[in-house]
Write a protein that binds this ligand. Structure first.
Ligand code: ZN
Length: 389
């Protein structure tokens, strides 16, 4: 299993590829300026990146005028390579094929037949084989990223504990590497989404300085980064906030206590309440969000109640870390503007950090495909960190 990017020294190829991602189509001379590498180094690295199908020349794009050899700008190659992104949630697995800008080429969401790890991972491997049959001849697959909730040891590719799914010590990375023959990297959901924000997000530049991301699904967890590096912790256990006590919540948590954050805001309890109240007709968070977007007041009330609770937790995180940006990946705030406004107002009221919540608190940059991006970002992060390996 390759080492995570943060534990390797950055290389010049990584700097060049990142500059092309951020500024492409871009002239090699501009890349040299922003990376502070010599023109000869940039030229050599760009040639190697082109050979591998990561970068291509864009003759149509306008380059700076000059004499002699025309400056043909380069950009990330969207057609030649890709990564597989896998996300394992409580009810279903998502398998997607993404290009180097994180754009989806294909996506499948398959409900689990059974939740036992072998059968879930076998179904995922089968789906990946299908994607490669359909796309693998035209597009070289560089690797596979797997994201899931709970406690994930990314160094060993192990899902240490996913209590809601009932998984313990599952060596998912090895299993998928054996089944697919691809390089496989594994990480926890919120760390994966924070990397996606740093690489491809709406406020990527600021997220690379310092950031906190709170993910709210069936599982609730947090990731944080300083100096561009996502904190992993010696046990890969950073960000476990599921059982953070929140005021005013009467729900009993799976751990036996009352008032834990995950029990208060987790998706399952929310959609069950909505179903019992007749707001939706199936246990599906997207149905609830859809009802709120259609103007159903009861649906909006339920989501805004959750936004207030998430806002209280976000305020605590804001005070604790004082990050440049705090990203909330939660279905309501991601898609319903009134929910994001409620959440920001709650943070403003509960936080003492004095941050401007409008510029600091953001919804996810990937509201339409957050799960596919999570898996894909685990692999893309490695590709961008060491593109020539
Ligand atoms: Zn608990």
């Amino acid at each position: 299993m390759p080492l995570p990017a943060a534990r390797r020294a950055p290389d010049s190829a990584a700097a060049v590829l990142r500059a092309v991602l951020d500024h492409g189509p871009v002239a090699r001379s501009s890349i040299a300026r922003v990376t502070r590498l010599s023109a000869a180094t940039v030229s050599g690295v760009a040639a190697s990146l082109m050979e591998r199908g990561l970068v291509r020349e864009v003759p149509g794009a306008v380059g700076p005028p000059g004499i002699g050899r025309p400056h043909v700008p380069v950009d990330v190659d969207p057609d030649t390579v890709g990564v597989i992104g896998v996300h394992i949630a409580v009810p279903r697995a998502t398998v997607a094929l993404l290009d180097l800008r994180g754009r989806e080429i294909a996506r499948f969401q398959d409900p689990h037949g059974s939740r036992d790890p072998e059968s879930v991972l076998a179904a995922v491997a089968e789906r990946i084989a299908g994607v490669r049959r359909d796309h693998g001849r035209r597009r070289r697959i560089l690797g596979l990223g797997l994201a899931t909730g709970g406690w994930v040891d990314s160094l060993h590719g192990t899902v240490v504990e996913h209590p809601v799914l009932g998984w313990r010590e599952v060596r998912a990375g090895d299993a998928l590497a054996r089944a697919t023959g691809l390089p496989v990297w594994v990480d926890n959901n919120s760390r994966a989404l924070l990397r996606a924000e740093q690489l491809l997000g709406d406020v990527a530049g600021r997220a690379r300085q310092s950031a906190v991301l709170i993910f709210v699904g069936n599982v609730v967890d947090v990731a944080f980064s300083t100096g561009g590096v996502v904190h992993q912790g010696p046990r890969s256990a950073a960000g476990a906030v599921a059982h953070l006590p929140v005021e005013g919540c009467a729900e009993r948590c799976a751990c036996g206590r009352v008032g834990c954050l995950q029990a208060a805001v987790g998706e399952r309890a929310l959609v069950r309440r909505a179903l019992a109240a007749g707001v939706i007709d199936r246990l599906d968070i997207h149905a609830l969000v859809g009802a709120a977007l259609d103007g159903r007041a009861e649906a909006l009330d339920l989501l805004r109640e959750r936004a207030r609770r998430v806002g209280r937790a976000a305020a605590l995180l804001l005070d604790l870390f004082d990050p440049e940006v705090l990203v909330v990946a939660e279905a309501g705030a991601n898609r319903v503007p009134a929910c994001l406004a409620t959440l920001r107002a709650e943070v403003a009221a509960a936080s003492s950090a004095g941050a401007d919540v409008t510029t600091t608190i953001h919804a996810s940059s990937f509201p339409a495909n957050v799960l596919a991006i999570a898996g894909g970002a685990v692999a893309l992060d490695q590709v961008y960190a060491s593109p020539l390996i």
